[in-house]
Design a protein around this ligand. Structure first.
Ligand SMILES: [Zn+2]
Length: 215
């Protein structure tokens, strides 16, 4: 019950942060051998703990409330990524802008390393809710904690809900700066050696993983 409440609070924080509007995003957290996920089509502000859908790792659920239509990639990520305890999906404006250009985020800023590598990839397009989309997302998430999704949005993985949200906020800010750079010219890209150095430092720091900023 506590985890359901946390999921609702994070869903509302996601909208309050401006990275998501309405019910376009979705959020989940690992629970035992399955996960809890936000339902399809209910406003976050109206969510009650009993509206949260519990799914098993096969993708089955009980009750009359349907899980988010994107449950498939949540399930597949939990299956393949032991490091992921929470997953956030949203359509933040600047991430979605780059995603519609099918433009990955290169090492134009050292904080790009926050997603775990030298860049933030953009998963190939497939219809929402499909296995094909899930497969593309898993590929783009290889050695990464986040990726864009072509003509769609963003996915972030976290060790918990608040870290997944903090990562999404961080990446949306990077996407905004990258977009602004592109409006003026081509940003200078940091070389692989420098990014590897940054990645190493982020590891040492360990807890550089951002925490949620209070409004
Ligand atoms: Zn979506």
């Amino acid at each position: 019950m506590e985890l359901r409440q946390q999921l609702i609070e994070t869903a509302n924080a996601m909208n309050a942060s401006g990275i998501n509007r309405g019910t376009s995003g979705n959020l989940s957290v690992r629970l035992n051998d399955g996960f809890l996920i936000t339902p399809s089509g209910i406003n976050y502000s109206e969510l009650a703990p009993e509206d949260i859908v519990e799914m098993n790792i096969k993708g089955e659920w009980g009750g009359s409330i349907k899980p988010s239509s994107e449950w498939r990639f949540h399930r597949d990520i939990y299956r393949q990524r032991a490091d992921s305890q929470a997953i956030l999906h949203a359509h933040p404006v600047f991430c979605a802008t780059l995603a519609c250009l099918v433009r990955p985020i290169p090492a134009f800023h050292y904080v790009v390393a926050v997603a775990g590598g030298r860049d933030i990839r953009c998963a190939a397009y497939a219809t929402f809710g499909t296995q094909e989309l899930s497969d593309h997302v898993l590929t783009a998430l290889t050695d990464r904690k986040a990726c864009l999704m072509a003509n769609h949005g963003l996915i972030c993985l976290g060790a918990d809900l608040s870290r997944a949200l903090a990562l999404a906020i961080e990446i949306e800010q990077l996407a905004q700066v990258y977009y602004q750079c592109l409006a003026v010219g081509e940003p200078v890209i940091l070389d692989d050696e420098e990014m590897d150095r940054v990645l190493e430092k982020f590891k040492d720091y360990g807890k550089l993983t951002p925490t949620v900023r209070q409004p």
